[in-house]
Design a protein around this ligand. Structure first.
Ligand SMILES: Cc1cc2nc3c(=O)[nH]c(=O)nc-3n(C[C@H](O)[C@H](O)[C@H](O)COP(=O)(O)OP(=O)(O)OC[C@H]3O[C@@H](n4cnc5c(N)ncnc54)[C@H](O)[C@@H]3O)c2cc1C
Length: 303
């Protein structure tokens, strides 16, 4: 209740005040801020994935603007020698306005990343987007099998079936690449597991499926029991280091993150930046009021 109340009133607070809460999770407003944060993480042996904040657009002109920002970002990241790749939210490129136009915008970004031998991750959004985002990923993967991957949400009941269906894209020469996360959107119990134990059980089943089928996986979680579960599976299947990495969000659980890095596992941090941080922060809070308590906790202690 308290979280819900905070989430609903925060958007009416002054922007400067919200920034106090949000800055732990967002690297800054500018590309220079994101470069600085990425260099800092790189110096700790952590690679990054960069995200320009800008979902929920209303026009294709905004999609064009977002694409231009990503093209600029790729040039800058490569120029500065940052060790990192790119995360793309299809709705930022017009998925909900015109699927074909969205594909063309994203294709240009993936082609640019591919020209540097780099990689783009297609983020997974809420359930009305799932089929469209899988289709988009399939199409991009056909042309750029080494340069594009998808996010998989363990909380969706359909996910294991989706993984089985997508096996046709996986080859020993070019393994498919997924980021496995729990899923952040509020979904109906008809289509999503809701209980913590259920979600974790399916997360580990999906992870096992990926290891068994020699799929590359970014294990995206801050949940210690899942990290421990992943360690066990890595050991059980003797997974080589080039077939997995751990992933975390910028500013979240740095001490768990360090413990994973110290054990010699590869770690990638999701670094969001951009002028649209206000919408991102307040929308995230509305989507998942549980975030409010994390944000409030972050005011008092780190990690
Ligand atoms: C790299 C990355 C990319 C992601 N991409 C997507 C995506 O494309 N689509 C999607 O739906 N979801 C995405 N997510 C979000 C994900 O689905 C979860 O909602 C989020 O990671 C929280 O789940 P958890 O596994 O950390 O477990 P939880 O059970 O939610 O959290 C475990 C513990 O981690 C800590 N924690 C978790 N989140 C926070 C926070 N924000 N601040 C402070 N502490 C926190 C708390 O201590 C908590 O008890 C991504 C997550 C990561 C790490």
């Amino acid at each position: 209740m308290f979280n819900k109340l905070i989430a609903s009133i925060l958007p009416y607070f002054p922007k400067k005040f919200i920034w106090i809460f949000s800055r732990a999770y967002i690297s800054g407003e500018t590309m220079a801020d994101a470069m600085k944060a990425s260099k800092d993480l790189n110096s700790q042996g952590i690679i990054v994935t960069l995200d320009v904040l800008g979902e929920f657009i209303k026009t294709l002109d905004e999609a064009e603007e977002n694409k231009k920002e990503y093209l600029e970002l790729i040039e800058e990241t490569e120029k500065q020698g940052i060790k990192g790749n790119y995360s793309l939210k299809p709705t930022s490129f017009g998925l909900l306005i015109d699927q074909e136009a969205c594909y063309l915008q994203m294709r240009e970004i993936v082609a640019k990343a591919a020209s540097y031998n780099n990689f783009c991750r297609v983020d997974m959004e809420d359930s009305p987007c799932t089929d469209m985002e899988i289709a988009l990923y399939r199409r991009l993967h056909k042309e750029f099998p080494k340069n594009v991957g998808l996010v998989i949400q363990a909380y969706l009941k359909r996910t294991y079936g989706d993984l089985e269906k997508m096996l046709d894209m996986n080859t020993p020469e070019i393994p498919t690449s997924y980021r496995l996360c729990k899923g952040i959107y509020v979904e109906s119990p008809a289509i999503a597991f809701k209980k913590y134990e259920e979600i974790n059980q399916h997360f580990l089943e999906d992870l096992e499926f990926m290891f068994k089928n020699k799929i590359f996986v970014g294990i995206a979680t801050h949940d210690k029991p899942l990290v421990d579960g992943a360690y066990e599976l890595i050991k059980k299947f003797n997974v080589p280091k080039n077939m997995y990495e751990f992933q975390m969000l910028y500013g979240v659980t740095p001490s768990l993150r360090k413990s994973i890095v110290d054990k010699g596992h590869s770690m990638r941090v999701y670094v969001p930046f951009g002028k649209k941080w206000f919408g991102y922060s307040t929308r995230r809070l509305k989507e998942n009021p549980k975030m409010a308590s994390h944000i409030i906790k972050a005011l008092f202690y780190k990690g």
